[in-house]
Design a protein around this ligand. Structure first.
Ligand SMILES: O=C[C@H](O)COP(=O)(O)O
Length: 314
């Protein structure tokens, strides 16, 4: 996509925004699935695999988003985030821990002195069904407790009804409420029905100032899928082309195996480019992926799997 557009102009009202979003090139569903499938068959050398596993570890937002979460569970998650393998100091720390707003303070305290960020879901996660005031209050609470990253959800009802300006303005307001915290905008692609909508929602979130676009809450299936990842990576690549700005992508929900993570890194490199092979621009939101990355890392180093208690079970 090479068209140069005045990005301020396209957000002046709902009609202009609609014209812009519906004027984006349509996604060829079969083509996207084919390209994603072809990228998944790439093989990589053992040395590249070792690098990819460590890079993937450094990109994990280690997540717990359960009603039953406790401060104790979050503290042990934070210990694991800083030192994923207590027996091996060469394993990198993860990028961030991701929790509900009421557990941000616990995480901030547990991670003090480390470089691991604290991400908080907010804006009436996961449904986003609340007034804007309630959503912004949620964000301000999390930021006041010390969150360095906010993972908001878009109003999918408004988006699907074509009220794009409303979604845009909510993201703008949320970004303002974040202050210096980074904003990840969850599109919940499993509810957007088509890849065309994923492309439109990606652009909408980027135009509104989201630092990252994120696939899913992890509460809706399907969550992150290769075709969705492809479309979102194309969006940040193309957005850079027209704006000169680098924005990130976070794939979240259902990513559990190292093999999947490594395939996604190949896709990141091929589609967006190697600037995105960096935790500042690419993340995996996952509750159990880290365990498999540790298992595969150990296998690669020793040639064998350890016993079942090699990785901790959360
Ligand atoms: O944002 C992260 C997701 O909620 C985690 O989903 P997961 O439990 O399927 O890994």
């Amino acid at each position: 996509m090479t068209t140069v557009v005045d990005l301020r102009d396209v957000t002046r009202d709902n009609a202009a925004l609609r014209r812009f979003l519906h004027g984006l090139p349509g996604v060829d569903q079969v083509g996207a699935e084919g390209r994603a499938g072809a990228l998944a068959t790439r093989s990589i050398k053992t040395t590249a695999k070792a690098w990819a596993i460590d890079t993937a570890i450094s990109m994990v937002d280690l997540t717990t988003l359960e009603g039953a979460d406790t401060p104790g569970k979050v503290r042990s998650l934070c210990a694991k985030a800083m030192r994923p393998d207590p027996t091996d100091a060469s394993v990198p720390a993860v990028a961030a821990v991701c929790v509900y707003p009421d557990l941000v303070e616990t995480a901030v305290h547990a991670l003090r002195g480390s470089r691991v960020g604290v991400a908080s879901v907010a804006t009436a996660f996961p449904s986003g069904r609340a007034s804007l005031e309630t959503k912004l209050h949620d964000v301000r609470d999390a930021v006041a407790a010390g969150a360095s990253e906010i993972d908001m959800v878009i109003d999918r009802g408004a988006f699907l009804a074509g009220r794009y300006l409303q979604v845009f303005e909510e993201i703008v307001a949320t970004k303002a409420a974040c202050g210096t915290a980074h904003l990840k905008v969850i599109l919940e692609t499993g509810e957007l029905a088509t890849l065309d909508n994923t492309r439109r929602a990606s652009w909408l979130a980027l135009l509104a100032g989201g630092d990252f676009i994120k696939t899913s809450t992890g509460k809706v299936a399907p969550a992150a899928t290769p075709p969705v990842a492809l479309v979102m990576l194309e969006a940040v690549r193309d957005y850079r082309e027209v704006s000169g700005e680098l924005r990130g992508v976070k794939l979240a929900g259902g990513i559990r195996a190292s093999k999947e993570a490594v395939r996604y890194l190949v896709m990141v490199n091929e589609v967006a480019g190697d600037d995105w092979l960096d935790p500042r621009l690419f993340r995996f939101g996952a509750s159990s992926l880290l365990n498999d990355l540790l298992l595969q890392r150990h296998k690669l180093a020793t040639g064998s799997y350890d016993g079942p208690d090699y990785v901790t079970v959360d």
